[in-house]
Design a protein around this ligand. Structure first.
Ligand SMILES: [Zn+2]
Length: 139
């Protein structure tokens, strides 16, 4: 059995990948084969997939992942801080330590998941830079 995903064509003759972009994002794996890791080091995307050789150099999630992580993790930290300090009366030094560790670990994990999901969605929908068809523009 190979790791090659099943490619189907839909009505527009655009290949549809069998790998779910959300599953590939949660697992932080290649959006083409879902078997090899997407990142080396912590947050650097491979140029080509180490498992299937799929070209990942066009992957560009931009700042979208950071925006999602700031909004979601900021809200979670506010709720956690309210519960720990307001309801459980945790000392301020313990609160700062807890929220600091939570924010550090949570932001790295969420950045990997959100960045991998955005990259997988980009490949799943075949997103690319827009261009003008000169022949259609003239007519
Ligand atoms: Zn792959």
């Amino acid at each position: 059995m190979t790791n090659e995903p099943v490619l189907e064509t839909n009505e527009t003759d655009r290949p549809r990948r069998s790998v779910s972009p959300y599953k590939a994002g949660i697992k932080s794996v290649c959006p083409h084969c879902a078997a090899a890791p997407l990142f080396h080091n912590i947050l650097e995307v491979y140029e080509t997939c180490p498992g299937c050789g799929f070209d990942l150099s066009a992957a560009d999630p931009g700042d979208g992942a950071q925006v999602f992580v700031i909004l979601v993790l900021g809200g979670l930290c506010a709720v956690l801080g309210f519960v720990l300090y307001g309801l459980l009366d945790m000392p301020i030094w313990a609160l700062a330590l807890t929220l600091g560790v939570f924010a550090l670990i949570g932001s790295v994990w969420m950045l990997r998941v959100f960045k991998a999901t955005l990259i997988a969605l980009q490949f799943h929908h075949d997103a690319r830079q827009g261009s003008v068809d000169e022949q259609k523009a003239k007519s």
